[in-house]
Design a protein around this ligand. Structure first.
Ligand code: PLP
Length: 415
């Protein structure tokens, strides 16, 4: 056989193997997936996600694609609802209680502490604007918190005369005490609230919350946690964090439909928080459902969260976390061999998201170069002194794709 013949036979066999696998994958019920051999298992996961034909998506931190089972459920519900929306959506599909129950089990909370909202911004701003604070009361937050939440606190400063103390955390660090100390040192007799970000979106730094929340509770302070990036990414339970309110975007690491989120408020604290959209008069002040009075929203979108939970559970929270960490360590270790690259992400207090700096390359120029020359999507970060290139692989990312990223960074270095 000629060389060309051998080559095409090889390609043919390879394709057949892949197609064979895809067929097997298609037939596999979710419950049987866990027992696939390791690399087949991750290929199965990959097969569940739709992918762009040319772009390599390494900004899964912004918002996650949802896997096919979620897309299918969403499509089915949407089509059914559209035939008679007022009847189908509100009378047939709108079953919030079983969903609340599942989200409570998933997050380690009581169902009476979980409200269904649309994203972290809505969850946290509900709490930021819902707390009774007086002129002169103080809030402690960090410059590395998310800009929308900073804006919300600044609005309260302007309207209500409260004072926000902005911390600059010593990033990156694997030293838990170094992260806890600035918060504790900033507390004064006027402090009422601690605003905390669990996994910092700029660099992937994880902030140890349980100790901080326990210290805050001892002092009678209200703790608000931004868990946009930590939920369904790190492995933890709300009840273990011991904080008072948590905001989550389910369209990030849980891979639920766009525009899904949850708000957790500790039972004893629900009464202290006013809803952002006024609840009807018959809704009691200590009922978590008072935070769900949004007006018309997409019930198919909300109900398709079920499929995302199924998918997350089929992977397994611990296995998912370990995969994300190993993807991060894999590419970072290789990238750090390139002269002039340094990491802004700690090794231990981190998950899958990380940020690098490349000497001589301003972040936007590097992100543009990777996109235009190599079809790789990343995120340029430039926020309060943090400058770098953020890379967020996902459970469907192959190690070989991260090699493609590292190769592109080498090319940028060599010019
Ligand atoms: C730390 C953090 N908080 C909040 C948000 C806002 O999330 P959403 O736009 O889903 O409300 C983000 C989005 O990236 C984030 O990274």
């Amino acid at each position: 056989m000629t060389r060309r013949g051998f080559l095409s036979l090889g390609v043919g066999l390879f394709t057949a193997r892949l197609l064979g696998k895809e067929k097997t994958f298609q037939a596999l019920p979710l419950k049987d997936v866990q027992s696939l051999p390791e690399e087949d298992f991750w290929e199965w996961v990959r097969f569940q996600f739709p992918r762009h034909p040319t772009l390599l998506n390494l900004n899964n931190g912004g918002v996650s694609p949802h896997p096919k089972p979620v897309e299918e459920m969403l499509g089915r519900l949407e089509a059914a609802a559209n035939e008679a929306p007022a009847y189908v959506m509100w009378r047939v599909q709108d079953k919030k209680e079983p969903l609340r129950q599942r989200l409570a089990e998933l997050s380690g909370a009581d169902p009476e502490e979980i409200a269904l909202v649309r994203n972290t911004t809505e969850a946290l701003e509900t709490v930021i604007f819902g707390l009774d604070l007086r002129r002169g009361d103080e809030v402690i937050a960090a410059e590395s918190d998310y800009p929308s939440m900073m804006a919300a606190w600044q609005q309260r400063e302007a309207r209500d005369g409260i004072k926000v103390r902005w911390l600059r955390l010593p990033l990156p660090t694997d030293d838990e005490e170094a992260l806890i100390r600035p918060y504790l040192e900033a507390i004064t007799p006027r402090t009422r609230v601690l605003h905390l970000t669990h996994l910092i979106n700029w660099t992937g730094q994880v902030v140890p919350l349980a100790r901080l929340c326990a210290e805050a509770r001892r002092r009678g302070l209200f703790t608000i946690v931004d868990a946009a990036h930590s939920f369904a990414h790190l492995v933890y339970r709300f009840s273990e964090l011991g904080c008072d309110a948590i905001g989550v975007s389910l369209h990030k690491w849980l891979c639920a439909p766009f525009g899904t989120g949850l708000l957790y408020v500790r039972k004893e604290k629900i009464r202290e928080v006013w809803p952002l959209f006024a609840a009807p008069a018959d809704r009691k002040a200590d009922d978590i459902r008072k935070f769900e009075h949004l007006g018309t929203r997409s019930i198919p979108t909300e109900q398709a969260i079920h499929a995302a939970i199924d998918f997350h559970e089929a992977i397994g929270a611990q296995r998912k976390y370990e995969r994300l960490v190993s993807l991060r360590r894999y590419w970072l270790q290789k990238a750090l061999e390139i002269p002039g690259i340094r990491s802004l992400t700690p090794d231990k207090l981190a998950g899958g998201l990380s940020t690098i700096q490349m000497e001589g390359w301003e972040p936007t120029r590097l992100a543009d170069y990777l996109l235009e020359k190599h079809q790789i999507i990343t995120t340029a970060i430039d926020w309060k002194g943090i400058q770098g290139l953020r890379v967020t692989p996902h459970v469907y990312t192959r190690f070989s794709e991260l090699d493609r990223l590292v190769e592109a960074l080498w090319k940028a270095r060599r010019g």
